[in-house]
Design a protein around this ligand. Structure first.
Ligand code: SAM
Length: 213
């Protein structure tokens, strides 16, 4: 699926409380500065244009949302969306998720990790770049609290099946559950932009959730 170009960010918007870059923001991650408070921490890997962060930070105002996005222009775009909506419980961190998990995040700090429509890296020689790999899953298991949830959704059936197999190799996770498709109540009532685009195209979305044992 190709990507449309992004709308320009209003230069007047102050992103300083919603947009951070790794590792300049501090290593390990100074979470109490980025997301003060003690509400449950939910981490989204690959936030793209930030629809999940926008919707879930409103749905769960007492939770704190950390979006990690590698592409600077998407990270800034998602942060601008949060500024425009006046969210105070969600931020975007620009950087590589694997590095941020490994070097930035303490053990058992997150109540949920969300991975939606990760890049499938179609070519065989690029498969090692996929996020659903043993090293990353070990980090997800480490960072999740007991009973925390790992959500993995994709539109690529082969990647989904490989992902299920990779998680099954890790004793820290439960068997998957398969959340049902929800009926959107309005035009942006989707988990992410990729979910919206996939469903509007009439294509299937594969969804799994795993509990940290
Ligand atoms: C296919 S897009 C999906 C975006 C969003 N999750 C959605 O469903 O609309 C994958 C996103 O993951 C980001 N990404 C890829 N590798 C990453 C990494 N190692 N760390 C953080 N983000 C990454 C990409 O820049 C891209 O924005």
């Amino acid at each position: 699926m190709g990507r449309r170009s992004l709308r320009k960010i209003d230069p007047e918007l102050d992103l300083s409380r919603h947009y951070f870059e790794w590792p300049q923001c501090g290593k390990p991650l100074p979470l109490e500065r980025l997301l003060p408070g003690s509400g449950p921490l939910e981490i989204e890997v690959g936030s793209g244009k930030g629809l999940f962060l926008e919707n879930f930070s409103a749905r769960y105002p007492e939770h704190r949302f950390l979006g990690i996005e590698l592409a600077r222009k998407y990270a800034r775009f998602a942060a601008a969306r949060l500024v425009r909506r006046g969210r105070t419980n969600a931020v975007v961190l620009q950087g590589h998720a694997m590095e941020i998990f490994t070097e930035g995040l303490a053990d058992a700090i997150a109540s949920a990790v969300h991975l939606y429509f990760p890049d499938p890296w179609w070519k065989k020689r690029h498969h090692k770049r996929r996020m659903m790999n043993p090293l990353f899953l070990a980090q997800v298991a480490r960072v999740l609290q007991p009973s925390g949830t790992f959500h993995f959704w994709t539109d690529v059936r082969e990647y989904f099946e490989l992902g299920l197999e990779a998680v099954a190799e890790r004793p820290e996770f439960s068997e998957p559950t398969f959340p049902p498709e929800e009926t959107p109540q309005h035009d942006l009532d989707y988990r992410t932009h990729f979910e919206r685009r996939t469903r509007l195209a009439g294509l299937p979305v594969y969804r799994a959730a795993f509990t940290r044992l």
